[in-house]
Design a binder for this molecule. Structure first.
Ligand code: AMP
Length: 466
């Protein structure tokens, strides 16, 4: 299959600042957690676009010298998430192209569900693709679209897309932001020194001293140019379906997403409710760092069981999840985490993590807490419901068969990870905490997918229906 599904990314844009590329650099730096495979910035000085992109981390790629080669007052940037088998520069964004209405660059966060079909059609019409990224489809759709002006073309193009897109488009004299009508991925608008900034998450605003104004609304097309800001609403969906997993795992705790909800606050509330649902008598609550920290603090506060850092994380290693082979992943947990024996020895320990995907991490952690840490009992608490459905909209989850909770009961998973007890957060509890929870996609927990499925994902759906 040509395109690598399940990519989560970060996007950042700025309009009207003399140091646009420098701000984009900082914005991407703050959004590094959303993608570590590669990054790029494209700037415009009003006449030409200037692009620089490479594999690796933002701070390793861009030097002062390289940023100087990105002049202008407009810029967009992109962090790409690493997925197995797709680590090639040509898939790193922004993607640039020249077409009838001039040059453009795009940065896309999300995943296009019908990318394969669209690509096939476009290729039949003569389009030549440079990459295997689903995002390139958007560029070709815009080039092929008909319409009186650029915005009509963009609208026509994105109307053909099924899936998630928080999209930034850079042209010589303008910055355009489009968010899919379901509002799957976050996208926020901010203001700094009279300039506008747009970011996947508000933590990027904090670093550059920008003030959060509002979200780009689901279905909104926002134009920023010398006349200021203009908004259109060309896209409609039957409902909003923002990604609940942004709260659980993906977004940074200091960010405010989906209408200004603080991620840390929500995660802590998850932990409190989890404690109410699945209290167990113990001596110590510890998080799996960093993903389990806010929920573990909430769990400790509610249960009155002391909190401490019983596992120490080495921060200089990429996320274990992105490593391709099972054998490496097993090793990965150990090089990433180490137990603090002094804290754990002889204790009944509650360990809180945000999710179980394949079960590999939890199994290693339980073993580590017992063998390396000397814990007497290990009780695993998960601040999300069982992950039973793969994500087609941009969160990097494996296939349904690999999701341990889709094929095993909680009791079986408990045995597999060798915990003394295991409890997940209830979907009901989760929905009670997230305000307006009907506006969220919870497909990974209840198989309730908001969009239809074209051919390439049918196999997955059939497995689910069996
Ligand atoms: P696993 O070992 O496959 O069960 O993975 C579970 C671990 O992966 C948990 O510690 C989660 O915090 C983490 N995790 C969950 N979702 C993702 C994701 N989309 N990308 C990277 N890590 C994830």
């Amino acid at each position: 299959m040509f395109h690598e599904i399940h990519e989560e990314c970060g996007v950042f844009g700025v309009y009207g600042h003399p140091e646009a590329a420098n701000l984009a650099y900082l914005g991407l730096y703050a959004l590094q957690h959303r993608g570590q495979e590669g990054a790029g910035i494209c700037s415009s000085d009003g006449r030409h676009l200037h692009l620089d992109k490479a594999m690796g981390l933002v701070a390793d790629i861009f030097s002062e010298k390289r940023l100087k080669k990105l002049p202008g007052h407009i810029a967009i940037g992109h962090n790409r998430y690493s997925t197995a088998g797709s680590s090639v520069l040509k898939n790193v964004q922004p993607i640039t192209a020249n077409f009838a209405l001039g040059p453009l660059a795009i940065a896309h966060n999300g995943n296009i569900v019908n990318a394969a079909e669209l690509r096939e059609e476009l290729e039949k019409e003569g389009a030549i693709f440079q990459s295997t990224s689903d995002s390139e489809v958007i560029v070709h759709l815009i080039a092929h679209a008909k319409g009186n002006d650029f915005y009509e073309r963009v609208t026509q193009a994105v109307k053909q897309i099924s899936g998630a897109f928080s999209l930034l488009i850079l042209r010589e004299k303008e910055l355009i932001a489009v968010r899919d009508a379901y509002g799957v991925r976050p996208l926020s608008l901010g203001r700094v020194d009279g300039a506008y900034a747009i970011a996947s998450e508000t933590c990027a605003f904090d670093l550059i001293g920008a003030a959060y104004i509002r979200d780009i609304e689901p279905g909104e097309l926002l134009i920023i140019d010398e006349n200021g800001i203009r908004s259109m609403r060309p896209l409609v969906a039957p409902r909003q379906a923002s990604c609940i997993f942004e709260f659980i795992y993906f977004s940074r705790p200091d960010s405010y997403i989906f209408g200004g909800q603080n991620v840390n606050h929500i995660r802590k509330e998850f932990g409190k409710q989890l404690a109410r649902e699945s209290f167990v008598d113990a001596d110590l609550v510890i998080p799996v760092p960093d993903s389990g920290v806010p929920a573990a603090i909430g769990f400790s506060e509610e249960s009155k069981i002391p909190f401490d850092f019983g596992l120490i994380r080495n921060h200089y290693i990429g996320r274990t999840f992105i490593e391709p082979k099972q054998s490496i992943r097993h090793f990965g947990v150990k090089i990433k985490l180490n137990p603090v024996r002094k804290l754990l020895q002889g204790k009944r320990v509650i360990v809180v993590d945000d999710s179980i995907v394949r079960g590999t991490t939890s199994k290693k952690i339980v073993k580590m807490l017992r063998e390396g840490g000397g814990a007497k009992e290990v009780h695993m608490r998960i601040s999300s419901p069982p992950t039973i459905g793969p994500c087609f909209y941009g969160i990097d989850t494996p296939t349904r068969q690999e999701l341990i909770a889709s094929t095993h009961m909680v009791e079986e998973i408990k045995k597999y990870i060798t915990a003394d007890s295991l409890a997940y957060f209830s979907l009901e509890g989760l929905k009670n905490i997230v305000p307006d929870s009907h506006n969220y996609c919870t497909a990974c927990f209840d198989n309730n997918y908001p969009m239809s499925f074209p051919g390439e994902h049918l196999e997955q759906m059939e497995l689910f229906l069996k």
